[in-house]
Design a binder for this molecule. Sequence first.
Ligand SMILES: [Zn+2]
Length: 268
Amino acid sequence: LKNLIASIFLLSGIAHAQTQLLPVLPQPSAPDPVAYQYSTIDALLAGAYDGDLSVNQLKSHGDFGIGTYNRIDGEMILVDGAAYKAKSDGTVVLAGENEKTPFAIATSFSPNYTRTITATTSLKELEEQLDSQLPNKNLFYAVRVEGQFKQVTTRAISPQNKPYKPLAEVSKTQSVFNFTDTSGILVAFRSPAFSKGINVPGWHYHYLSNDKKSGGHVLGLTLANGVVKIMPLSNIQVKIPTNEMFANTDQAVDRSAELKAVEGERKK
Ligand SMILES: [Zn+2]
């Protein structure tokens, strides 16, 4: 018993001594979240519609994102780790794990701020409200809006065949859909002005209804009410495709006007 007591005393003494000797370390901070982007918007505008990144690979970089699929076969909505495809025929399907994307951005969604919207809000008003709440417009943001939508207008582009025409030309043949009184999720990214050429400066929204039956690239909407979750992103990893199609794409020209033609026909 004496030995045991001595041992306990010794152990507690050591433990105490170790506690005292240990330096005071700062609490480990959460790693800075990263958005992963594949290819550039200028390559997509130029007609680089075939990428080498699979849905499965994209998902290893995040559970929340937007993009498209090879041949511009529909709009990608990556939400809660599932990649949906809003097709030009109006249907929404789950994308295959081995399907590939020519352009996408994704992150592991973990919002820092939450806001509630209780009044009827147009897309323009939503944008103004969101913008007014962002302290730093030179960051990227991932934003998730869950709500009841009085109306959502989306578009989807049909799969293209080679030789691929520029996106501004192809988007003239896009299918446009109107959904009334649905509940769903907006998957949105806001890219800073300096990201021109790499992503779409400003807001870019894709929609998926909760019944997973409707969605697409958002052209307009009326939100009845919703919850907005905002995640600032100060780290962007851009994967530059090494394939021939990307290599042969002229990315020295200014494609702002083309981007406006493709993205700028939103109904405010
Ligand atoms: Zn889009």
